[in-house]
Design a protein. Sequence first.
Length: 118
Amino acid sequence: MSTEDTRRIARAYFDAWSNRRGPDALRPLLAASFVFDAGPVHIEGREAFLGAAEWPARATTTLLAEAYDGEHGFQLYAAVNGTVRIRSVECLVVRDGVVVASEIIGDLAAFQAFMAVG
């Protein structure tokens, strides 16, 4: 994979989930064996991930910074849901044209509060 391919796929992934395009938009971007980690949350498998909680409907998300090197991508984003603001880093691995792994790094308590806003 070239760094440019990783950037293109990682950006498409960010666009699909942050704009709540749904499972049909995300599915072709994720490996069947996709692994997601965010603190104590560990999800194995694309379909299990797609069946998990969706990004809050009223949340706005802004990509603040990004870096790509070979199959690795790093995206720093800020999101607002009601009065709760978070910043997170997502570390992605892209192989054979799909995202195979995602690890979120951020304040877990703030993220839980963010997801809980109705």
